[in-house]
Design a protein around this ligand. Sequence first.
Ligand code: HEC
Ligand code: HEC
Length: 283
Amino acid sequence: MKFKALTAIAALVVAPGLALAQADDDNLVINGEIEAVTKTAAPAHMEDTGVDTIMSGWHFRSDETQALQMDDFDNPGMIFVDLGIEQWNKVEGEAGNSCASCHEGPESMEGVRAVYPKWNEDAGEVRTLAHQINACRTENMEAEPYKYTGGQMANMEALISSKSRGMPVNVAIDGPVAEVWERGKELYYTRTGQLELSCANCHEDNYGNMIRADHLSQGQINGFPTYRLKNAKLNTSHARFKGCVRDTRAETFTPGGPEFIALELYVASRGNGLSVEGPSVRN
Ligand code: HEC
Ligand code: HEC
């Protein structure tokens, strides 16, 4: 089994040295004022992984792509933040409310992105930010939920993330979320598909290497939602997970489902200490 997986990854990964193999040393300062932490010591729970420094995916992109994220006028993701503001103020649903009816301005969301997914005591469950947004839509607005990885959800997540840019990701992994976190960790290390590759095979064992034409990052989600030049839209984390699982030629889990919620919590926790960057820009 192990041999097969190694063969698969060897076939995919081009030896380093062909291109700039390592993460670069650039600094991310957004709008000349938000100094983002894009490299920092790995959180204590990663002690056994061999990864001692965690890095934002920003470090693995070209200078041109990096530059797009350094100024909101150049960041194509900011257009969707504006669309998110329109959604925020729009009355929808039977209760006659908009988000603003209860939360006032979007500034009230400062710090929120940094701590999600998190435990919701009343519901007795781990909630992703997307789930919380939809809970407010269905319960507090009596409106239709947004499609989990759809454009309106991505816009709203971009707006809420933008209010936490520069703040350190700080998701809890103990207490009531511990079980879900363990499940997420297990999924992260489970090999899937014909290629028998786990998230860790690519994003822990091979970050810095080239895979096909792509420079492999640590697969962090501090930058989500992410504007991708490839599909010219905002992408949510579960849409990205789905794409990565599919690349191993496996049947993928459902976005918004229990497996991806657990995986999101675990992956988010591997970024504890990195700055929230969403909406970020990637290729
Ligand atoms: C009728 C009032 C009401 C409306 C309308 C409403 N919310 Fe909420 N929202 C709440 C309450 C109350 C909470 C706190 C519940 C909790 O944390 O258990 C909350 C919590 C949240 C949180 C989590 C904050 C945190 O600190 O964890 C987010 C995010 C959120 N709402 C987003 C939205 C968005 C986006 C909309 C519009 C699509 C919206 N809400 C509409 C009442 C509302
Ligand atoms: C076959 C190798 C491979 C596997 C396995 C894989 N990925 Fe990826 N992943 C990639 C490539 C290539 C990219 C694009 C370049 C990059 O950012 O690393 C990517 C990008 C990502 C990103 C975007 C990072 C950013 O900064 O925008 C996330 C998040 C991610 N992967 C998570 C996962 C998770 C979670 C799993 C396991 C379910 C997984 N990946 C499995 C190859 C892989």
